[in-house]
Design a protein around this ligand. Structure first.
Ligand code: MN
Length: 241
């Protein structure tokens, strides 16, 4: 029995090496796993399920094959692919998850998040996030022609790169108080998230009890995946891309 967690692949046409690594991962590591959780920023950009690029179709087909072989696949939105919808999930044989989602990981209550909501020191980003996660805003965006949305995605990406360059490192990371608050609210001692591209296992205290925060890695230079099995501590794995 195995459950796998990945995030922040940032799949895009200009990085066929990452797509290749992911397809290889699905052939080598994923078969036989009970569950595969993809915790956001799976795609570098997503402007609606109607775009259906060759890359998106290839990835959906590969996921569907895994799902048909018996692995349950779960997808959570990231800050890049928050418009990913039910159409894509159906094609991929995947289930869309809320952020956060509480699961029972072989007896350990575990909170799953993308991680961007934990970066509360970045006030400007949290305002943007609240607006973009508003169903009304999303409806308005998705009603626009595909060409307009493609243009908008390019602009957002340039803006994000320009503003993030000027931000201090600690502002771009999670806020410890918010981590503790989220974990205490859901009464968990284990949290798994991505987003920050700072893969690590952190020990902390929540409500006076020892707790663990596991951060998944991004797939820019390495493949990162977390393996959980019954009776063992989850293990973060890494391989060259
Ligand atoms: Mn992210």
């Amino acid at each position: 029995m195995t459950t796998l967690f990945i995030s922040d692949l940032h799949l895009e046409e200009s990085r066929p090496d990452i797509t290749g690594a992911f397809l290889g991962f699905l052939k080598k590591e994923a078969p036989g796993a009970e569950q595969l959780y993809i915790l956001g920023d799976f795609f570098e950009a997503w402007i609606g399920d109607d775009e259906r690029t060759p890359l998106q179709e290839q990835v959906a087909t590969a996921l569907r094959e895994l799902s048909e072989s018996g692995t349950r696949i779960f997808l959570m939105h990231g800050n890049r692919d928050f418009l990913l919808g039910e159409d894509f999930c159906t094609r991929a044989g995947a289930t869309l998850l809320d952020d956060p989602t509480l699961i029972d990981l072989y007896g350990t209550p575990t909170l799953l998040m993308h991680g961007d909501s934990l970066c509360t020191a970045d006030v400007e980003y949290q305002k943007f996030r609240a607006n973009m996660r508003n169903p009304q805003t999303q409806k308005l965006i998705l009603a626009r022609p595909l060409k307009d949305r493609q243009q908008m995605a390019r602009q957002l990406r340039e803006m994000s790169m320009a503003t993030n360059q000027g931000k201090a490192e600690n502002i771009m990371d999670v806020t410890l108080e918010e981590v503790v608050r989220a974990m205490a609210t859901h009464n968990v001692q284990q949290l798994i998230h991505g987003h920050t591209h700072r893969p690590a296992e952190h020990s902390l205290e929540v409500d006076g009890k020892a707790a663990k925060r596991i951060v998944l890695g991004d797939w820019d230079k390495h493949l990162w995946w977390l393996i959980a099995k019954p009776g063992q501590a989850p293990k973060l794995n890494k391989a060259p891309l």
